[in-house]
Structure formats: C-alpha cells, structure tokens
Design a protein around this ligand. Structure first.
Ligand code: AMP
Length: 418
C-alpha cells in the first residue's frame, strides 16, 4: 500500500515524500480512504501511530481539490486538548500543505498567550483551525472567527479533552457548527464519557481500531529498577553517565519534584530543565525547542508532557515516579520508540510503590522483572519482593540473589548498564 494509491494531489505526495513517509501507517491505511470518501470515522489510536496525518491528509486533499473557496470560510476545525499538541498538529498541517498550489491558511489557537496576535492572524481568514476549546470560544465570542460553515470537525485525543474538563466547551462548540458535517474522532481510550460523546457526535461512523497493545510496542524495551526512594536521583545520574544517554525524558509526579530533580541534575553538571504546567508558555516552548535541538540532555516533566508530544529520536524515558494509572504508563512510555525507532523505558520502583507497579503490570498484562543496580541495592527491600528473575518470596534477598538478578537482567532485550 502506498500513498499514491489514494489518488492524492501531487503536491501532497511531494510533501509526504519530503517528510520521508514512504508508506501509510496502519491507522492511515484504515482512516484515509474512509475519510476521503466523506465518512465519519471513530478511531482508537495512540499518539505515535501516525494519527495526525491520518486526518490531515484527507482534509488537505479536500482543500487541494476545491477550486472555488471563500477565503474567509473555515473548512476544518481540529480540537485538541493542549497547547503543545495544537502546535504539533498545526506544524504537521503546514508541512503537508507546503507545496499546494493555492495557499492554505492554517491557524493554531491556544490559551496561555496573548489573544491579540491570534485575532490579527485570523483577520485574513483561516482554512484550517487547530485549537484548544477555551481559546477557540474566546475568539468566537470576540467575533474573530466563525465556525458556522465548517465541513469537517476533528476531535483529537477526545479522552484527554474530556479528562481536562472541556465537556461544556465542546458542547457549546457543537452548537455553533453545522449539523451536517464530517466528523473524525480520535481517542486512545474509550471510557463511558468518551463513548457518549462519540455517540452524540458521529453519524454512522466507520470504526477503526489499530491501537497497539503495549505488548505490540516492540520497539520499546521496558525495564524496572528497584531502588530506595532517596537514591533515585543518584541512580538516574549513574544511568545517564554509564549508558552515555544524551536525551532523556524523566517523568515525576509533581511540579515541585520536576523543579527539584532538574536542579539536582544541574548541580551534577547534567544539562536539565523542568517542564510543567506552572511554567509560562514561553518557558515551555523554549524547553521543548532546546530539547529537540539537543541543547538539553534531560527534561524532567509532569504528566503534562505524557500525551501528544512528539519528540523525534527520544531514546529514553524514565519513570522517576511511577504514573498514577496504567493508561498513563502507556502514554508516558509511548514518547519513546516513535515511528519505528528503538526506545527504552526505565521505571524506578521503590519499597513503597512496588504494589502499585504490580498493579500497572497486571492492568497492562506485562511482566517486567525488577532489576537491581549494583551499588544501589535497596536497604529497605520488602519481604514480598518479587526479586528479579526468580527471587525468593517471603525472604529478604541475599547479596547473592541481588548479584544473580543484576547479571540476569543484562539478558533482557534492551540492554542498559545498571
Ligand atoms: P502521530 O501519531 O501523528 O503523533 O505521529 C507519530 C510519528 O510518526 C511522527 O513523528 C510522525 O512524523 C511519524 N509518522 C506519521 N506517519 C508516518 C508515515 N507514514 N511514515 C513514517 N513516519 C510517520
């Protein structure tokens, strides 16, 4: 299967070639023909699956083939949960639209920054609007934008949109757009609120489910290390130095922890910055840009960064604090191993979080044995330790157990020097 087989506009094929997309990903193979045929689509898709192009290509194809277009009429509205995702999705649209014969105006709108430049940009009209719901409604209320004639509505990461409390905004947006339209609905998970929204929104949708199970994320090696909580920063430093990691995304539970861990790493001369919701938008954009440009080695982030972010060539993700839920675990580790690259996800597990780690594994149906890093043997190992590769239940592991486990752990598929 190739992109050419969809009869796409040559300018789109050129842009796909420039992006080195040689073959459609599974979600693209399923969604593009259906969306091109004008059908509503209900897709279960993770970030990393290529879902952005799965909706951007049909929208741009439609724009490319429309000969008469009113310049002030917005044709497609893409709703996304976060500013970062808005920027990322907007960028994909711009890159794919780069060679189209008529200029396609793509506008990205999100909160946390001054509204005036966005109002100015909207003066010339926008063919495609990629927006977070709150800022979109602000701009509509200020008469800067009309969405009463859109042809296509995309909900990207619908579960996250609802998680973030945008239900009321979405409802209002739905009341402002035409009843007759095409709907493309993407969500990683389908809790009942998402199902309700999908039912209310979609008209005889084609269901697409190419969500990889975590077991299918074969490009991501998963490791877990048992370590005492106070030793985690030291262990992180050790792993970075030992393995010569150059770009690591570290997840922590709180903004405070993000600041603290990044500061400790900087003290150890490791180029690290925190990334969380309490920073200004400018600061977050700067941190991401520095990270992408390899001016930063480590970004220590809260779960604000767990979804949607696409950092090419991110070889390592570390769960310094375990995620709250099994679903978040998938989202976090999905930041690495993108688009067929090799990735490694390392989770730090302590005496206190071991039961939670078991639960995550159970929910995700994975079995990642606990390793011990030499020199970081836990002092407070619990009695019920499921010691790496066949430890003794109900007994504290002996030093020999620990050494055996450390030796065996090197046999797992993604080698990391512990
Ligand atoms: P997404 O799920 O849309 O965030 O995309 C995940 C990553 O896959 C991004 O880095 C895309 O640039 C990349 N990607 C999307 N479609 C393709 C494709 N057909 N071939 C290769 N890479 C792709």
């Amino acid at each position: 299967m190739t992109f050419a087989s969809y009869n796409l506009h040559p300018a789109l094929l050129q842009a796909l070639q420039n992006k080195a997309y040689t073959q459609p990903t599974p979600i693209q193979q399923s969604a593009i023909p259906q969306a091109l045929a004008g059908k509503d689509v209900l897709a279960s898709a993770q970030t990393g699956s290529g879902k952005t192009a799965a909706f951007a290509i049909p929208i741009l194809q439609q724009l490319a083939t429309q000969t008469l277009r009113s310049p002030r009429r917005t044709l497609a509205l893409v709703l996304v949960p976060t500013r970062e995702l808005a920027m990322q999705v907007g960028e994909v649209f711009k890159q794919l639209a780069a060679h189209l014969p008529q200029t396609v105006q793509i506008t990205t709108l999100f909160g946390g920054v001054s509204i005036n430049p966005q109002m100015m940009r909207l003066r010339g009209g926008a063919d495609v609007v990629v927006a977070t719901p709150g800022r979109l409604l602000d701009l509509i209320d200020r008469n800067a934008l009309h969405i009463s004639h859109i042809d296509t509505l995309v909900l990207d990461e619908a579960d996250r949109l609802l998680d973030m409390g945008f239900a009321a905004e979405i409802e209002r947006i739905l009341s402002l757009i035409p009843a007759k339209r095409q709907n493309l609905f993407f969500s990683a998970t389908f809790p009942s609120a998402v199902q309700r929204l999908a039912r209310a929104l979609l008209h005889e949708p084609v269901r697409i489910d190419v969500q990889p199970s975590i077991q299918q994320l074969t490009d991501i090696g998963q490791r877990a290390v048992l370590v005492d909580e106070p030793k985690r920063t030291q262990l992180l430093r050790h792993l970075i130095e030992q393995n010569k990691w150059t770009r690591i995304l570290v997840f922590v539970a709180t903004k405070h922890a993000a600041d603290k861990v990044a500061a400790k790493l900087r003290k150890a001369r490791i180029n690290a910055e925190p990334f969380h919701g309490e920073q200004s938008q400018g600061k977050r954009v700067q941190v991401l840009a520095d990270f992408k440009a390899a001016r930063l080695t480590v970004v220590v982030a809260t779960d604000v960064a767990a979804r949607g972010l696409d950092i090419a060539q991110l070889p390592v993700v570390v769960n310094f604090d375990l995620p709250r839920s099994a679903a978040l675990y998938t989202h976090r580790i999905g930041r690495t191993g993108r688009a067929g690259e090799q990735g490694l996800a390392v989770s730090f597990v302590s005496h206190n979080t071991q039961a939670h780690w078991q639960l995550i594994q159970k929910r995700q149906d994975i079995d990642v044995p606990l390793d011990i890093a030499l020199g970081f043997e836990p002092q407070d190992a619990p009695l019920e330790v499921n010691f790496s590769n066949g430890g003794i239940k109900g007994k504290r592991p002996s030093k020999k157990d620990k050494l055996r486990a450390a030796a065996q752990s090197t046999e797992t598929p993604a080698p990391v020097s512990l």
